[in-house]
Design a protein around this ligand. Sequence first.
Ligand SMILES: [Cu+2]
Length: 379
Amino acid sequence: MLWSLILGTSLAAGFDGTPPAPTVRVTIDSSRHELTVTSGPFDLPNMPPMEDHAMMDLGMSHDTRLQRFEWPVNGWFRGFRVELVDGQGRAVPAHVMHHMIMVNFSRRQLLYSAAERLMGTGTETGEVSVPKTIGVPMKPGMRLGMYIAWHNDTGQDLEGVYLKLIMLWTPQNQNPQPVNALPIYMDVNLTVGGTNTFDVPPGNSTQAYEFTLPVGGRLLGVGGHMHDYGSGVRLEDAETGKVLTQVKAERDAEGKLVKVSRKLFGVSGQGLRLKARHRYRVVGEYDNPTGELRVKGAMASMVGLFVPDDMKRWPAVDPRDPTYQRDLASLEVRGAASGSMEEHHHGGKSEAPASHTAHDAPGAQDVPGSPHTGHESHE
Ligand SMILES: [Cu+2]
């Protein structure tokens, strides 16, 4: 049985005769347990290839505004894939989508007073799913929002492009029920609502952030995100100094990032045990061979899936918390300050205003499996 539910949310149209702003539409295939979130249409002018992060910072990609919708079913989110089609229904090359981030406003992150980043995907991520034995618990009416950064370097303008995000879910009546596994994001230098970049001096250096968790649990797997000259990200027990897990950067001959490894602790096993109210430290390590200080050139974070011992002790969203409000405000201005892509047809450099947070994932370094947390911004 296929039924569909329109949960379309119109965004404000441009005020100067620009085309109507894209909408998002949600359809449910309840026999396949797939949700299709269709966003568009988007007109994407051709742009030059991006050499590096700096070009992303200068607005060389097109960030959409946040497009809101509600999650419609009871169950567990367990995977996704992305399809791009043009106005005639023809396939559009996948790499035109530089990255896409899904925010869940109905749940907080474990470490930060900021909305959950339910998922993110980059150019080459492909289909992603976890075994049916685990999943991210979801309830009807959960408020989600997505934004996309486009980079069309196909050599021709693309018009009327739609992004279809197919989200897989496990229904509530599955027996046995999946284990609740939620995204966890650990950044070495995050200011919620602001930036997470930092300077990298020549040679070896580290940047670290210490935290405690309000609820213990098990880490099922981790990935990492770094920029050029990154060596790795590790998680340490800050009370003993012991390294609990790490992901390593693969670099080319010049030290530029090729990819960051991932680690699975086995979804059926115990995973990596983390205790409540115990001090942990996430550490990003760089080895910069350029001989120069790389100003705001670095990011380092670890992301994973975390199974809390007690879901009831997951911290609740506090809408009055100034930190949480800063997170919301930073999401609201996304894609707006430099003009939405509809107002922005010729691909010139934007002024890179503070709110044009073009970067969620590295440009040239955007590689398969690099997690996208939606917090990063380069200002
Ligand atoms: Cu980055």
